[in-house]
Design a protein around this ligand. Structure first.
Ligand code: RRO
Length: 304
């Protein structure tokens, strides 16, 4: 018998554990659809705010050793426009996780209600963008604010709420606990790692914003450590994110305690086939090891 790869995150039920991470191909319903057709069980939107934002000027992305450096600056069309894409995704029966950000609790609530009304299946609170002043990480490193926003949004919507955390904090477990206390249904760990590159010929920082976020293989051991630390002290599911390029990486995250995994840089590097490749690699691994389901190996490494 084939192993059961289905997973549940709060009331969100997925046929396999692979999810498109926020910020990659998430600006339109048709690009989200392509990810689902390629095997993603659910897809996250680009982070959506209250107003349209152009983002930073170029260069906003650069390739470095073992990863990608980005400082996009939260470009998005604003929630009023974006809800049309969510409605379309709903019509197409795509499981959509709306990634949202705000500068205040009220903004988070307003956006959350709008995306729920448009048909999003879950909300991911982005409190972890590494380089935008007064949003993202500045919220995500304050446990009181994380609990407050998580609680406020949970009280206003019925769909599951996930909180995406930053690795750029001294104690990620404290922040994860705050999100769980606020009522979050899951933790997504992690967003990008604050980072920088300089062109030695010109002396200029490579990104226009100078500082950005590092993703890709370089951050995988950091993300694994975060997932492991969170999973051993927080009761809600953890969604692993950070440098997952292969099925072996995905299995490592699950053993560390992740219920599902998000793929971002892998899609940029290797194309949309990664969803099916990773799902089929996990399936063969479970068969070879004699497991009947993926759920059986979630957090297995905590035994040792
Ligand atoms: O838009 C971005 O620059 C960005 C966001 Br919102 C985020 O959450 N993480 C990231 O690395 N870049």
């Amino acid at each position: 018998m084939q192993p059961d790869l289905s997973v549940n995150i709060g009331s969100l039920n997925l046929d396999n554990p692979t999810i498109l991470a926020a910020g990659i191909l998430g600006l339109s319903a048709s690009s989200l659809k392509r990810a689902v057709e390629s095997g993603a069980a659910a897809v996250s939107t680009k982070s959506i705010g209250i107003e349209p934002r152009a983002g930073y000027i170029n260069p906003t992305i650069a390739e470095v050793d073992c990863g990608l450096l980005n400082a996009m600056g939260l470009p998005n069309p604003g929630v009023d426009i974006y809800v049309k894409e969510i409605r379309l995704a709903k019509e197409w029966k795509i499981k959509t996780i709306a990634s949202i950000f705000g500068a205040s609790t009220m903004e988070f609530i307003r956006i959350a209600k709008m995306v729920e009304e448009a048909g999003a299946d879950a909300i991911e609170l982005n409190v972890s963008c590494p380089h935008v002043v007064a949003m993202g990480m500045q919220i995500g490193q304050d446990p009181k604010l994380v609990e407050e926003i998580s609680h406020a949004v949970k009280s206003e919507v019925h769909i599951p709420v996930f909180t995406k955390l930053s690795p750029n904090v001294s104690d990620i477990v404290e922040i994860a606990n705050a999100a769980a206390k606020g009522g979050s249904d899951a933790i997504t760990a992690v967003n990008t790692v604050r980072a920088m590159a300089i062109d030695i010929e010109t002396g200029y920082p490579v990104l226009a914003n100078k500082i950005g976020g590092l993703s890709g293989p370089a951050i995988k051991p950091i993300a694994i450590r975060c997932v492991y630390e969170i999973a051993r002290s927080v009761k809600i599911p953890v969604i692993g994110c950070g440098g997952i390029m292969t099925w072996e990486d995905a299995v490592e995250f699950v053993l560390a305690g992740a219920t599902a995994v998000q793929l971002g840089t892998a899609v940029a590097y290797r194309g949309l086939n990664v969803f099916k490749e990773i799902t089929s690699g996990i399936e063969k691994y479970l068969e070879r090891k004699g497991f009947g389901s993926l759920k059986e190996i979630v957090g297995l490494s905590h035994r040792y």
